[in-house]
Design a protein around this ligand. Structure first.
Ligand SMILES: *Cc1c(COP(=O)(O)O)cnc(C)c1O
Length: 362
């Protein structure tokens, strides 16, 4: 077994694993499960600082992103896709798939979105139904000021979909203050439940927009609207993965028990990692906008990412990650989010990385 220090999936605490082994009822037919699901959704809303309703969908983070786009997009809708990272750009696929017309706001991948420049752009370009934003773009580790951006977009009546899959619970996110219409999260990042679930919080405006569509949502599984009256009707659109939801609930309760010191813990681990890797002579990929959930490091000259990752696994039993798409082979990533973000594991990982580099240099 490896020590998992990847930016998702992350380590899973024992109480979450145990919760998943609890005896199951029939989640379609047992009213007690409807209560449990509703309370779990309410806990999600509470932890994300919103009065908006939350829904848990049966699929990984990607399903949340697709469902948000599928549910809001009608043929020909104009959508602003903020692209300063791989997930940022990737939103365009879901928008076009459901008939939307994409306009990119493209900015360097090595920096957080500059709010002044973004505001200037919006002054002249604001004919959009909604915009897609990414909080922490995990392949590069950049953290965008999505609350401020979302508020700016709202001044022009533009709704927002925010992917905070790898940001939330490791970095502050306030849905209501940020006026975020649909916020997407996943089970397997800072929340530290196993992969398998996504959840979305949905504003009244977004919900009304879905209800008033001229054309039906072109999906069943990636359709947020089918969840709307589940409680009133005691009817889920499909059978809920009850054991996954037991695990998710316990992971959410772990976050609640830690309150806001969760953010301090992540800030400390992020800072410690960035300082240590630079002391080893390594270079960070980013110029600014470091997320405290993941550190992204340039592969040193003359070395191969795959050799670093293999040595870390083989000699130290620690799994860190490379990256993908345009960053393939260029960077390595340490995921210090959720359960991974503890001093012992982070120190052990940094020590192992130091020795790995020495071995590969000699
Ligand atoms: C992990 C992640 C997702 C979800 O991806 P999965 O393949 O479903 O795990 C979405 N957005 C971001 C920014 C992520 O880090």
């Amino acid at each position: 077994m490896y020590k998992i220090m990847t930016p998702g999936p992350t380590q899973v605490r024992e109480n979450v694993r145990m919760a998943r082994s609890r005896e199951c009822t029939n989640p379609d037919l047992d009213p007690a499960f409807y209560e449990y699901y509703k309370e779990t959704c309410e806990l999600i809303s509470e932890l994300l600082f919103t009065r908006n309703e939350a829904f848990i969908l049966d699929g990984e983070g990607i399903l949340g992103l697709e469902a948000a786009c599928a549910s809001l997009t009608e043929q020909g809708d104009k959508v602003l896709v903020v692209d300063n990272g791989i997930y940022g750009k990737g939103f365009a696929d879901f928008v076009t798939m459901y008939g939307g017309q994409v306009t990119y706001y493209t900015a360097p991948y090595t920096k957080a979105i500059d709010l002044d420049e973004f505001e200037k752009y919006l002054e002249n370009n604001h004919d959009f139904k909604y915009a897609t934003l990414v909080h922490c773009d995990t392949p590069s580790g950049v953290l965008n000021p999505v609350e401020e951006m979302s508020r700016m977009l709202h001044r022009y009546g533009i709704m927002t979909i925010v992917d905070s899959v790898s940001g939330m619970f490791g970095e502050p996110i306030h849905v209501d203050e940020g006026q975020i219409d649909i916020l997407c999260g996943g089970s397997q990042k800072a929340l530290s439940a196993p992969p398998g679930l996504t959840f979305v919080t949905v504003s009244e405006k977004a919900m009304k927009t879905m209800e008033k569509r001229k054309t039906p949502i072109a999906s069943f599984y990636a359709n947020i609207l089918v969840f709307k009256d589940y409680y009133k009707n005691q009817w889920f659109p499909y059978t809920m993965p009850i054991s996954d939801i037991y695990g998710l609930r316990t992971a959410l309760e772990n976050v609640k028990a830690e309150q806001n010191s969760m953010w301090d813990r992540h800030a400390k681990m992020g800072e410690m990692t960035r300082t240590a890797v630079q002391e080893m002579g390594l270079e960070l990929y980013l110029e600014n906008g470091y997320s405290n959930t993941v550190t992204v490091i340039k592969v040193p000259e003359g070395m191969k990412a795959s050799d670093i990752l293999e040595t870390m696994k083989k000699d130290y039993h620690i799994m860190i990650a490379g990256s993908f798409d345009v960053l393939t082979g260029q960077v390595i990533r340490i995921g210090h989010m959720g359960e991974n973000a503890n001093e012992d594991d982070v120190k052990e990982t940094l020590e192992a990385l130091k020795h790995t580099l020495e071995k590969l240099r000699s």
